[in-house]
Design a protein around this ligand. Structure first.
Ligand SMILES: C[S@@+](CC[C@H](N)C(=O)[O-])C[C@H]1O[C@@H](n2cnc3c(N)ncnc32)[C@H](O)[C@@H]1O
Length: 248
């Protein structure tokens, strides 16, 4: 297996990423967070929580505040983890420097969460198989990833014309590696997977999918954030909630 790209440890990329609103102000700057929060248990009291691709640790710290007894936060980037540790006031979060593609969770978790990271993984099938034996029956797995319509095109971009804005989709059925330009870096490696592939891999690993949302702004969102209007033209983020084992 080739090693993870770890673009987040590149100085220029990290500086550009640090300027994003969601990194400046945390979860309040992540428009999809209320949707993701709603897929997570109402209370995390006493739970063991695993955050895959924790970045600055916003969700790990939220989980701690929401009552989790233990939080394990994994990321492949030393810079991300060091920023996460700076924000931490020495609570119940264990930070682990690891490639999620190879990470072996220990013990049993009640909740596994992953925000905008799974599209960097090469072997999602193997990762899900390992997670399946690390989440207790009935435990939750909630993740967001780049939506396949956003990630699939050979040239992901809006095409604008007189009164229209389009996001041409190509190579949708050709899954696998995509190299994109993002935050000034070229050749950022991500992996395109179709929605039915996510579903098949989750089901195959023993999860029951309970929630699926293609995030887009509501009319109320747009009143507060008119700058989100382009998000009406294509979905950027897919959110999935799943339970380990059968429901009911
Ligand atoms: C878009 S950021 C999201 C960070 C955080 N979850 C959030 O929502 O703010 C993606 C994160 O995934 C991490 N990452 C990418 N590939 C990874 C891998 N193979 N193993 C572990 N972490 C990875 C990056 O270092 C980065 O911190």
């Amino acid at each position: 297996m080739s090693p993870a790209q770890n673009i987040y440890d590149d100085d220029e990329f990290f500086a550009a990423y640090s300027g994003l609103l969601r990194q400046q102000i945390g979860l309040d700057g992540a428009p999809e967070w209320p949707t993701m929060r709603a897929m997570l248990p109402a209370s995390l009291d006493g739970m063991r929580v695993l955050d895959l691709g924790c970045g600055y640790g916003w969700i790990a710290r939220w989980a701690e505040t929401a009552g989790a007894a233990e939080v394990v936060a994994v990321d492949v980037s030393e810079k991300m983890l060091s920023r996460a540790r700076e924000f931490d006031d020495g609570g119940r979060i264990e930070y682990v420097l690891a490639d999620v593609d190879a990470f072996e969770p220990t013990g049993s978790f009640d909740v596994v969460v992953s925000s905008l990271t799974l599209h960097y993984l090469t072997r999602l099938d193997a990762v899900l198989e390992r997670l399946a034996s690390s989440i207790r029956p009935g435990g939750r797995f909630v993740f967001s990833c780049e939506h396949p319509i956003y990630l699939a095109p050979a040239e992901p971009r809006f095409v604008k014309g007189d009164g229209f804005s389009e996001w041409p989709v190509s190579r949708y059925h050709v899954e696998g590696e995509r190299r994109t330009e993002w935050l000034g870096a070229s050749g950022v490696v991500k992996y395109h997977r179709k929605i039915d592939t996510y579903f098949r891999l989750l089901s195959g690993a023993g999860f029951t999918v309970t929630d699926l949302v293609e995030w887009g702004p509501s009319a109320a969102d747009l009143e507060d954030h008119p700058e989100w209007t382009p998000e009406l033209d294509r979905p950027m983020i897919l959110l999935v909630g799943a339970q380990m084992g059968p429901v009911g």
